[in-house]
Design a protein around this ligand. Structure first.
Ligand SMILES: *Cc1c(COP(=O)(O)O)cnc(C)c1O
Length: 331
């Protein structure tokens, strides 16, 4: 039976992505781990600018920005931000100017980090880059940029870090609808889902979407930026606002688990388990993961299967959120 649909037609949205993104089995990985049925939801294939999860958020964020008459998009992200890259590409496609404020949040030296990967693509898409030393400097620079745009009579649209607010999260409410229909067509009953979590809009949208449908898998968010408690608080705040926007209760996060045991030394810092996860996905499935987000999220999934927290008869989905361009900045 087809699941009910979530009606988001009243929210302005510009189509930017390719969809539905594929939902594919990872049988060789499952066999290697000796347990669980593992599938992957390919949001690395959202199409625009090498894909990733921010494309879904930007459809609603830029839909709103266009409706408000914006001519310039301003956003913030770490130097190797995938969100910044996808925003720059979307702005180019819509004929909007784009200014990116990129604080040095990851301690990495070497020229690759500030010239290759996402930074190379940001420049290719014609964005104006402002690489600054820390979060404080980023706030000051952002305020200056917004003043400058308004001073020349322009209309800026400011998009928060990761595109994580009630508008951006609608992209993942919509993704739940897409996913539920795919699962119904494949007769797939999913017990658990693993996804990387940093600014929280993705997990918030997923939780809100399943609250709207009244059922869904357990969502394990693998924290890659902050500790589990902070990540969970941020997700809860965005989810509450997203639910209010679509006019539903809650959602409580009873079916959301946030783990931070893959964070290692911190955001953007490599771990052994991340290296192993990237190698396994590549060598067993030809699947490309990234060092900052999906490598750590897959390490979380692998760890849960190995420890038997995920049972051998369970069906697990790895929600791939993109990020591969960062590989070329990590070398
Ligand atoms: C931004 C990002 C995430 C995290 O999504 P949030 O909504 O910020 O939690 C995960 N994976 C990749 C590749 C990203 O770029």
């Amino acid at each position: 039976m087809a699941p009910p649909s979530i009606d988001l037609a009243r929210f302005p949205r510009v189509p930017l992505g390719h969809g539905p993104t594929p939902l594919e089995p990872l049988d060789r990985l499952a066999e290697h781990l000796g347990g669980a049925r593992i599938w992957v939801k390919r949001d690395d294939c959202t199409g625009l600018a090498l894909g990733g999860n921010k494309v879904r958020k930007l459809e609603f964020l830029l839909g709103e920005a266009l409706a408000e008459g914006a001519d310039t998009v301003v956003t913030v992200g770490a130097v190797q931000s995938n969100h910044a890259r996808q925003t720059a590409a979307a702005a180019a496609r819509l004929g909007l100017a784009c200014e990116l404020v990129l604080p040095r949040l990851v301690e990495r030296s070497g020229t690759l980090f500030e010239s290759n990967g996402n930074v190379l693509l940001d420049r290719l898409f014609g964005a104006r880059l402002h690489i600054v030393d820390d979060a404080h400097a980023a706030r000051e620079r952002t305020a200056e940029i917004l003043d400058r745009i308004r001073g020349r009579g322009g209309t800026p649209a400011f998009i928060p870090v990761g595109g994580s607010n009630a508008t951006g999260s609608l992209g993942y409410v919509r993704a739940v609808d897409e996913f539920a229909h795919q699962c119904a067509a494949l007769d797939l009953d999913v017990d658990r889902l693993f996804v990387a979590a940093s600014s929280g809009g993705t997990v918030a949208g997923l939780a809100t979407g399943w609250a709207a449908l009244g059922a869904g898998p357990v969502v394990t968010g693998v924290a890659v930026y902050s500790d589990a408690e902070t990540t969970r608080e941020e997700i809860a705040a965005v989810a509450t606002h997203t639910a209010a926007r679509i006019g539903i209760e809650g959602p409580g996060l009873e079916r959301v688990a946030i783990v931070d045991d893959q964070l290692g030394p911190g955001y953007g810092m490599p771990t052994e388990a991340m290296h192993e996860a990237i190698a396994l996905a590549a060598r067993l499935e030809g699947l490309v993961l990234d060092p900052v987000y999906t490598g750590k999220a897959m390490a979380g999934l692998i760890d849960h299967v190995r420890r038997g927290v995920v049972g051998t008869s369970e069906t697990v989905v790895f929600w791939h959120t993109g990020g591969a361009p960062a590989l070329f900045a990590y070398g």
